[in-house]
Design a protein around this ligand. Sequence first.
Ligand SMILES: [Zn+2]
Length: 326
Amino acid sequence: MASAGSIEQTFVSLEDGIQRLTLPLPSGPKHVHCYLVEGTLFDTGLGLGEAPWTSVSVERIAITHFHPDHVGGAAAAAKATGAPVFQGGLDYAQCERVWGSRDWPERMAAWFTTHGVPRHVVDDLIEQGHAFAPFVRYALDPDLLYEGSVLAGWDVIELPGHADGQLGFLRDGVLIAGDHLLHPISPAIGLYPDSRPDPLGDYLGSLERTIALAPRVVYPGHGEPIRNAAERAQELIAHHERRLDRTAEALADTGRTAYEISLEVFGAELGPTQRRFAVAETLSHLERLVREGRAARAGDSGTLTYTGPQLDEDIPPSTNAHGVGA
Ligand SMILES: [Zn+2]
């Protein structure tokens, strides 16, 4: 078993015929899990350093979502095992856009700037983005999966929120969930450019769906198996409802940027990377508030701001209700 401080990079047998491989991460939760069940390998780690892919029999590789700690080792795992790679259709499109294009850090930086993020935080993003992207070696042209696909007896479930294209794999009450459901950390739910417009709304829907699916056990990308999935989903719904309320309280009559609101909701003492996560998370909550009629968004000379609900008669109700456009 993996223990704190040292991660033993071997496959460990769990219940349900599942083998788990835990790989180290340089930051965040410090580890990520890959699962192997009867020849299907779910996720591949960051791809830095060696992984024991040839010590086991891998017939196919399934990716839960395109974040680096899950997809970064996909090309290496495919090469070592000769196994085909399966990834969500929407997820692969985003994977290519983010890790396969040269200008993604600049586009992301421009987008953060419109949300009030200061120059030094944005410059750090460009630097980090270019340094990091070449190490994310996803597999090119995977077989694409969608809601309703079946892979080796696993039902493919789309669970958007943490990533737009986040997939779950469900079989006999076992859900391989990537980062959809975690414990004790709560999955980051951020709004990013070129993504679905209401990730928190998506996520709350995916949590309700998890409660309805009622899996017996969830195997997450980080942390121990979750045996009270419905209860955990309910806790996460409550967590986001509280954060929606905190975000709403930070709104004023005069427009404030998502960056300014993030200072209030997440505090002022964050480094550049954590600040960007905080702004993206603040934005997913602000956009949910806009859709609930509890906030309004306004565009002003390249800067987007949010206020409390605008009851101005001049605003057509459809625009007000849906918050479409900038
Ligand atoms: Zn992860």
